[in-house]
Ligand binder design. Structure first.
Ligand code: XMP
Ligand code: MG
Length: 184
């Protein structure tokens, strides 16, 4: 699938599939090295992280368990408030385990900050985060993201798990939408 197949919906391809794949190779190699000999559990945040989880986990040179959470941030419109509700909790007990949260994007960082605190309070040995994308707003919240794929500008992006009204998640690249999509 390319930008042309999207009709007029797409404004610009921001990060190509090849760029994503190369960066995931590097991130996986780093995670393999950092977690050598440790009891790693990947925790994906639904739904956006599905693609990152699939492609990152398959690059690890080890068998690794994975679990999923779904959270929703209270707030009006598109801005997250940092008050988070768990829609689907973990199946696993994370006591004593090294947890790596897998995210698609960190925007304000408020959701992640809450999530790291929440998982930490359950007795995990460590809680770190790997995200494909990070927006500049994230620096305003004291949240330490260990693995970042790409720092991107403050623009609404879709693809590779990210949606606009549940569409565009399956694009194999990251792109921006034409204003006409929002207006219609
Ligand atoms: P925080 O708490 O970091 O929330 O502000 C991050 C969540 O906001 C959503 N988000 C986006 N979703 N394109 C999207 O499709 C974007 O550009 C975007 N920016 C933020 C997303 O749900 C993420 O988990
Ligand atoms: Mg998300």
């Amino acid at each position: 699938m390319n930008a042309t197949d999207m009709g007029g919906d797409l404004q610009q391809v921001l990060i190509t599939q090849e760029q994503i794949e190369r960066r995931l190779d590097e991130m996986a190699a780093q995670i393999d090295a950092d977690y050598e000999g440790r009891d790693l559990l990947l925790v994906g945040v639904l739904k956006g992280a599905v693609y990152v989880m699939a492609d990152l986990s398959r690059r690890l040179r080890r068998s690794v368990p994975m679990d999923w959470m779904a959270v929703s941030s209270y707030g009006s419109g598109t801005k997250s408030s940092g008050v988070v509700r768990i829609l689907k909790d973990l199946d696993a007990d994370i006591t004593g385990r090294d947890v790596l949260i897998v995210e698609d994007i960190i925007d304000s960082g408020l959701t992640l900050s809450w999530l790291m605190g929440n998982l930490g309070s359950r007795g995990a040995n460590s809680v770190e985060t790997a995200t494909l994308l990070r927006k500049p707003e994230a620096v305003r919240v004291e949240v330490d993201v260990k693995y970042v794929g790409f720092d991107i500008p403050t623009e609404f992006v879709v693809g590779y798990g990210l949606d606009y009204a549940e569409n565009y998640r399956n694009l194999p690249f990251i792109g921006t939408l034409s204003p006409s999509v929002y207006e219609s």
